[in-house]
Write a protein that binds this ligand. Structure first.
Ligand SMILES: Nc1nc2c(ncn2[C@@H]2O[C@H](COP(=O)(O)OP(=O)(O)OP(=O)(O)O)[C@@H](O)[C@H]2O)c(=O)[nH]1
Ligand SMILES: [Mg+2]
Length: 297
């Protein structure tokens, strides 16, 4: 019986894990990482006769679209209502929201569409829950608002892993690399700055995994292997994000340093920090918060 993609992925990941990083292995590590990226892509491609969008194909309206992403019950629907006035069912149990519920945030003359979504869970990108549909909405958004429960800082890592596995890169610019494909002549690699995390051999090896044997590559920043694979894979999306810590009313000694820098601390239910969040959403979409958005409001 041929090995399934999942088993193959596991085998490659185990091997990568076992492989010590040094001069003798660096080339092989590049190859392993490319193979892993290729299998991940295959696993993510829509299944045959795949599930229908099931209420997830909400039409984009307004000047920009914001996706609310978080684990179940962190207060996404409560927040949608506070931000936009739109109604979305709120309840103390998990998976209250089952589809994509839109609202409009009217702010400083801009109409910002806010999308409430079901909670995602670990393994969402592999198809658990409605993870794929949810993350697909995030992929199409202009801003991702990540909502964490003040009592559970570890949720951040879970969400980042899931989004990353689906090709979403938050608060990151697309890698500054140029590639001119050619018919012959082999691969040439130039860089405008010294490369410390990847070398020419690795670049050529990775390209070989994608059957690219000719072309001129110009690398203009100090990228690593993963970033170069992102570039070759080509289907990554680069989206700004805002991290929101909700339910601060439930924690007596809030340790802000447990959360990502620049997190906004709020209580949706008690209307604490909502105006600040509106402003952060507006400013971030508008490119005033020093990330990669394009200033579109
Ligand atoms: N104490 C407290 N409870 C809150 C706050 N915000 C929301 N809640 C409560 O948390 C529970 C879940 O809220 P929802 O808004 O339904 O959460 P959700 O993230 O949309 O949940 P799912 O749709 O199931 O993923 C409800 O009982 C809310 O009343 C808050 O700031 N403080
Ligand atoms: Mg909800």
């Amino acid at each position: 019986m041929p090995m399934g993609l999942q088993e193959k992925l596991k085998e490659l990941e185990d091997e990568l894990h076992r492989t010590q990083k040094n001069k003798a292995t660096e080339f092989h590590i590049g190859i392993l990482k490319s193979k892993i990226a290729q299998i991940r892509r295959q696993l993510l491609s829509p299944r045959k006769g795949g599930a229908s969008a099931g209420g997830f194909d909400v039409k984009k309206t307004g000047n920009a679209t914001v996706a609310l992403i978080g684990l179940p019950s962190v207060g996404k629907s409560t927040l949608l209502t506070k931000l936009t006035g739109a109604k979305s069912e709120i309840a103390a149990y998990e998976f209250t929201t089952l589809t994509c519920i839109p609202g409009i945030l009217d702010y400083k003359g801009a109409k910002i569409q806010v999308l409430d979504l079901p909670g995602i869970i670990e393994g969402a990108k592999d198809g658990r829950g409605k993870g794929r549909e949810v993350i697909a909405v995030a992929r199409g958004a202009d801003l991702v608002v990540i909502i964490l429960d003040a009592a559970s800082p570890v949720q951040f890592e879970v969400i980042m892993r899931e989004l990353h596995g689906f090709g979403i890169r938050l608060n990151q610019k697309p890698p500054n690399i140029g590639m001119q494909k050619r018919m012959r002549g082999g691969v040439t690699v130039q860089s405008t700055i010294p490369l410390k995390q990847i070398n020419e051999r690795q670049v050529i090896g990775i390209l070989g995994q994608y059957s690219i044997y000719n072309g001129d590559i110009v690398i203009r920043e100090n990228i690593d292997i993963d970033t170069f694979i992102d570039f070759v894979e080509g289907n990554r999306v680069y989206i700004p994000s805002v991290v929101v810590i909700n339910k601060i009313d439930t924690v007596s000694n809030l340790e802000e340093k447990m959360f990502p820098p620049n997190s906004l601390f709020i209580s949706a239910e008690n209307n604490i920090g909502i105006e600040k969040l509106r402003n952060a959403i507006y400013r971030t979409i508008n490119g005033q918060e020093g990330n990669n958005s394009r200033g579109r409001l």
